[in-house]
Design a protein around this ligand. Sequence first.
Ligand code: ADP
Ligand code: MG
Length: 234
Amino acid sequence: MPLREKEGTYMILQLDNIYKDYLTGKMVVPVLKDVTLHVEEGEYVAIMGPSGSGKSTLMNIIGCLDEPTKGTFLLNGKNVLGLSDNEIAEERLHNIGFVFQTFQLLPRQTALENVALPLVYAGISKKERKKRAAQALEKVGLGDRMSFLPTQLSGGQKQRVAIARAMVNNPKILLADEPTGALDSKSSVQVLELFQQLNEEGVTVIMITHDSGVAQHAKRVVYIFDGELSEKRG
Ligand code: ADP
Ligand code: MG
């Protein structure tokens, strides 16, 4: 029962005193320096900072794609550091949906097949996968594009397919790294509206961006500069 700081709130992400060094050749490069970040379930947080400040490094740790050099990390109340690869994959599947700047869709698979992919790993039957993937695509406004290949979609549509894929297994957290970085302003607005809608439905949204206009859409902005995090602009 360690997670309730205040009555009625639940700490879904709890990073304390996180350090991340990269080893390049014989050089140790410190990238994250004493990062502490607590996020309650249902928050919409933007992590904003310039290129090279450590945003993607932090996202990879939050998303259990990489481990910190030092520090503690509880995801949905569970210490995920030191778990086996299989255990981590399981936590990731239930807790986190990823969205990337470059969409990361499989080029030879249709929109529907791309969205259904996480459900294959979740062991869901083929019929059920198709049904849920179709619902997820309807929800992002692409019910009429299910059989399209990524090359037949616009950038904004590709990102909405990626959001449907991120959300198809109903994860608690949507983790997005520069989700509008490759989009025109109209498609960016559509993506940000979708994030807001998902957040209103209870999804915790963590959005990484270097763009202050984009960060404004979140309810809370934290700043990262040269690997240090603060709630105030540095
Ligand atoms: P951002 O996403 O804010 O642009 P990154 O987290 O990608 O920043 O990178 C932060 C710093 O860490 C950069 O100086 C980058 O060169 C370095 N870095 C990132 N990944 C690696 C890696 N795998 N090995 C060595 N250095 C890395
Ligand atoms: Mg980055």
